[in-house]
Design a protein around this ligand. Sequence first.
Ligand code: PLP
Length: 386
Amino acid sequence: MNFEYAERINRLPPYLFAEMEKIQKEKKAQGVDLISLSIGDPDLPPPDFVVEALVKETSDLKNHNYSFSQGEPIFREAISNWYKNRFNVDVEHDQVIALLGSKEGIANVARAFVNPGDKVLVPDPAYPVYANGSAILCDGIAVPMPLLEDNNFQPNLDVIKPDNVRMMFLNYPNNPTAATIDKNFLRQVIDFAKDNKIIICYDNAYSEITYDNYRAPSILEIPGADEVAIEFNSLSKTFNMTGDRIAFAVGNKHLVTGLTKIKSQIDSGPPVYTQKVAVAALNTYKNCEQPEFLHKNNKILQERRDLLVNTLTKLGYTCKTPKATFYVWVNCKGDSMKFAAKLLDVGVAVTPGVGFGKHGEGYVRITFTQPKERIQEACNRITNAL
Ligand code: PLP
């Protein structure tokens, strides 16, 4: 029997990454040696101490009961210590909630605060979950904020019409443009949000994947941010734990409480053992310094980044050397679908920018989550193809 989908499902565009996976599976089934530079899933493993902690914590039978909807107190305390250690920001434990991945939190926060017809400002291009998982699935209206190269891929706050806007999503270090942000802009965002009573959902999932001594700020470093903002962060990219589904949100108490109310009706918190592993991981930050593991991890990523950027630059394409994330956002001088298709023909999968929104057209996103040799091979193929 074919049941009709709810209307809101019909309003959803296809999920870009699921489509990409499908195409790649088909290519592989045809025997193509495909190099996937399209999906932001680290190829590098979690650090040894994380794997050891996972074995230990899963073996402890006490760790297999339900957790709390807001997360284990020990995890929330570790998050609060991490904010102090990493950003010099003081957060109380009731300003913290554990998440089953930041994607889940980003989707659920709208359920707590967006009414049908409310406007939700979403960057364009952007991680698709803001518009789809969050705004559309809450019957809200996703209003794109163009991220243009001329404006350093930042939204122009001066042209935003704030009427009926309930929420704004922002994400720096940014996926897909790899742009970073300075605190000056974040100050303007907080002022704008306070003036117009807008909730700021700040996605900081890539705060730890940084290069060339760049340190990504937390929006909570800005005075007054805790009046209007909730920030999402995750162990997915920081500790190469995408499949473990462990993340958190921190910020305005009322926003955290709203999200907790939603989550208490639909899940029971991440597994206790995962939260305990996350505690061990976050506690490796000492004296505001990233742990050795991250230095090594980011150094490996940086070498790959340089390889890609040098190749593309030599070929005459413009792309900024990213200071953060594992993405290169390349101006492909034309139709991004055609460009991606051309590379797919030589067995290199990249993501057409238009898949991230109308203003992503003219760009492709290339991910460097493959070993250096594979990136080198991809660079050779790209050079031949172009
Ligand atoms: N935010 C951004 C910008 C992302 O690119 C991703 C994943 O690719 C996420 C959030 C989701 O991360 P998580 O694994 O914590 O759900």
